[in-house]
Write a protein that binds this ligand. Structure first.
Ligand SMILES: *Cc1c(COP(=O)(O)O)cnc(C)c1O
Length: 358
């Protein structure tokens, strides 16, 4: 097959920023070391783009949610460094864990029994201290099944670490009372936001995700964290609007003066959702180019009045500094990363292959 022509949209992953964010979070974790949540394809940014940088920076513990996510991560790190947060939901999961060497996070007595029935071995143990998602209830810790587990990391997960909530101290206190009850190698409580709550929350291992990828869940992290994801799209057509002409589906924008408009190759199928439409803009350097009308599946239209030098083929950036982007789009910083579509990432894979000449 012949080579693909150049794309009209791309996601630049700043691998130096990613590695720097991991090092910053590791440093902020004090005596604890930082792991890395790499679930959901590294929060949408791509395992193949992100894992080498995280590993190169020093990360040695990686967290995914599904068993289906193990193989992609295991191309980059030893399977024994990969923990699967959903745990063994079936006997088939437990058998898969035994076969591939990834570590199950045990979340219930049923999962503990399933793991032991499959032959057991090293596992992590999640205890619920108040988020009421996955995890063993504190009252179940004394069960003899738990005593038979070979627990590597005993963990819990904070519900409100990105807020100044009394819930944080309450979960910390509960976790502390449970720690002596389970023999284990290490303990882990803090996600990205939890790291900013201070050294009390760090224990032996922290589990940042969002902040690795440029998210800032608490102001304390703002100066340490750099933007990692840089989505960009090209102008694919220029058109001149006359007063009275409208733009896009449902004609929600109508020009009242002559206007030079650019059609840009990114839409909601790429994760640029319609919630950006009202008051949204793209960037050329620091210049804001406002969106005209609705976001389409594959395109948006922008006002080029303040950038008359731009032409077809020129690249624009999405305003993807995550804290600002979240305010602007009404999406969470997590959602802004995980919605980024596959067309953007295919382009990054190509780009990086070109850059590194492999
Ligand atoms: C996703 C996840 C993390 C990472 O959380 P961030 O808020 O993205 O830092 C850590 N621990 C568990 C159990 C998770 O599910």
């Amino acid at each position: 097959m012949s080579d693909l022509p150049p794309p009209t949209l791309r996601l630049k992953i700043d691998r130096d920023a990613l590695a720097g964010n991991w090092r910053a979070l590791d440093r902020l974790s004090g005596r604890a070391s930082a792991g890395a949540a790499v679930k959901a394809d590294c929060y949408g940014l791509g395992v193949d783009a992100c894992l080498p940088a995280l590993r190169g920076a020093g990360a040695e513990r990686f967290f995914v949610a599904h068993w289906s996510e193990v193989a992609a991560v295991a191309r980059h790190v030893p399977p024994g460094q990969i923990s699967v947060l959903h745990g063994p939901l079936t006997g088939a999961d437990a058998a898969y864990a035994k076969a591939c060497g990834a570590v199950p996070v045990i979340n219930s007595l049923a999962q503990a029994r399933r793991w032991l029935d499959a032959g057991g071995g090293a596992c992590d143990l999640m205890i619920d201290t108040g988020i009421n998602r996955l995890g063993l209830a504190p009252g179940e810790i004394g069960d003899p099944l738990i005593g038979r587990l070979e627990v590597n990391t005993l963990m819990s997960h904070l519900a409100c670490a990105d807020e100044d909530s009394e819930m944080n101290a309450r979960q910390l206190a509960t976790f502390r009372t449970l720690l002596p009850l389970v023999p284990r190698c290490s303990a882990s409580l803090a996600n990205s936001a939890g790291i900013a709550l201070g050294s009390d929350y760090a224990f032996d291992l922290t589990r940042p995700g969002l902040a690795l990828y440029g998210g800032v869940p608490r102001g304390e992290l703002a100066s340490a964290i750099r933007q990692v994801a840089w989505p960009e799209a090209a102008i694919i057509q220029i058109r001149n609007l006359e007063p009275g002409q409208s733009v896009g589906y449902n004609a929600t924008f109508t020009a009242d003066v002559p206007l030079r408009a650019g059609v840009v190759s990114i839409g909601y199928a790429d994760g640029f959702l319609r919630s950006w439409g009202q008051g949204g803009y793209l960037l050329h350097g620091d210049t804001r180019l406002r969106l005209l009308g609705k976001v389409s599946m594959d395109m948006v239209v922008i006002d080029l009045t303040s950038a008359p030098q731009l032409h077809e083929g020129d690249w624009l950036s999405l305003p993807y500094a995550l804290p600002d982007a979240a305010r602007q789009s009404a999406l969470s910083q997590y959602e802004l990363l995980t919605v980024l579509g596959s067309r953007l990432k295919q382009a990054d894979a190509l780009l990086h292959r070109t850059y590194c000449g492999c």
